[in-house]
Write a protein that binds this ligand. Structure first.
Ligand SMILES: [Zn+2]
Length: 316
């Protein structure tokens, strides 16, 4: 028994010692010159400017439903859901501010993902789990931005899971890549397997900037990024430590971008959290409940799950 205890303690110590950040690239803290800060999300924001918002679908793909949804949730059981391959898509979003220029949410997909298995900039162990070679890519980031003459001022990454960083290396490395509190600086054993691939996908010397809202890391917080009530960043930890969602007011209701706090349309409608792909289920629950609560307190137009079709919110 004593030896078994010792073995367990040693094993835990080893896991701890081998824990690492999701990327070894340098990260800087976020400073704002626009007087932004931690604020409540006003039920009726009155933006000084309105941003234009657009969603771009860049690829179709598939993955395990047990990763996307907690199949042990009573609602999933009642619906008879079983693990299977589920169709999903990859999106990025454009936020065009009349004064500060165009920003992206997530990074799309790079050209190397259109050239077959051998050209993938990820390790074979990651590919054996994620099957990026099965992705059908419609639009690469560099080509899209070039065709549409878009000069990107910054990219907000909903989180640093690989499928959200696939286009980052196609952007000039001076462009700020913003991530949520603790997203880079948290250490996990599992990162040992993905760090090299994440490093490559983020490109050489990326301009990584981590928000720190001066908060308890488990707290949900809101940042008025441009300081004019036109675009709110919501820190919604759980799926990953620094997961972000976005609330974008328009004249007839807001866009709510969920990131992977809910990957699926069904998960959002039923309030069922993600499954094995989420790192902290309890916190993901709290963050999803917070976002669902906005349906009752705020006028929403469309809700965008991380990997499926947007949902139209009517009757509000
Ligand atoms: Zn994802």
């Amino acid at each position: 028994m004593f030896f078994r205890m010792n073995f367990i303690v040693l094993f835990i110590l080893c896991l701890f010692a081998l824990s690492c950040q999701i990327t070894s690239h340098q990260v800087k803290p976020f400073f704002s010159d626009k007087g932004t800060g931690q604020i409540p999300l006003s039920p009726k924001p009155k933006p000084k400017h309105w941003v234009e918002f657009q969603v771009v679908k860049v690829a179709d793909w598939e993955t395990s439903l047990a990763g996307l949804l907690d199949l042990d949730d009573p609602k999933a059981k009642a619906a008879g859901l079983k693990d299977r391959q589920e169709p999903i898509s990859i999106y990025f979003y454009l936020v065009k501010h009349p004064k500060f220029g165009t920003f992206m949410i997530d990074s799309g997909v790079g050209e190397s993902f259109t050239k077959g298995k051998d050209a993938l900039p990820i390790s074979s162990i990651v590919e054996s789990q994620m099957h990026f070679s099965k992705m059908q890519v419609y639009q690469t980031t560099k080509a899209y931005l070039h065709q549409n003459k878009i000069d990107v001022k910054g990219v907000f990454l909903t989180h640093l899971h690989l499928d959200h960083t696939l286009g980052a290396s196609e952007l000039d490395n001076s462009i700020p890549l913003y991530v949520g509190p603790g997203e880079v600086t948290s250490k996990y054993f599992i990162n040992l397997f993905v760090q090299g691939s994440t490093n490559r996908l983020l490109g050489e010397n990326p301009n990584l900037i981590q928000f720190d809202f001066g908060k308890d890391k488990d707290q949900i917080t809101v940042l008025d990024f441009f300081g004019d009530e036109s675009f709110y960043i919501l820190s919604v930890p759980g799926h990953t430590p620094g997961s972000l969602a976005f609330f974008i007011p328009t004249k007839d209701g807001a866009h709510l971008v969920l990131g992977d706090t809910s990957h699926t349309s069904w998960g959002w409608k039923e309030g069922v959290t993600p499954g094995a792909f989420t790192s902290d289920h309890k916190l993901n629950r709290k963050s999803l409940d917070f976002l669902k609560g906005l349906e009752n307190t705020h006028k929403l137009k469309f809700v965008y799950p991380g990997h499926q079709e947007r949902i139209s919110v009517s009757g509000k």
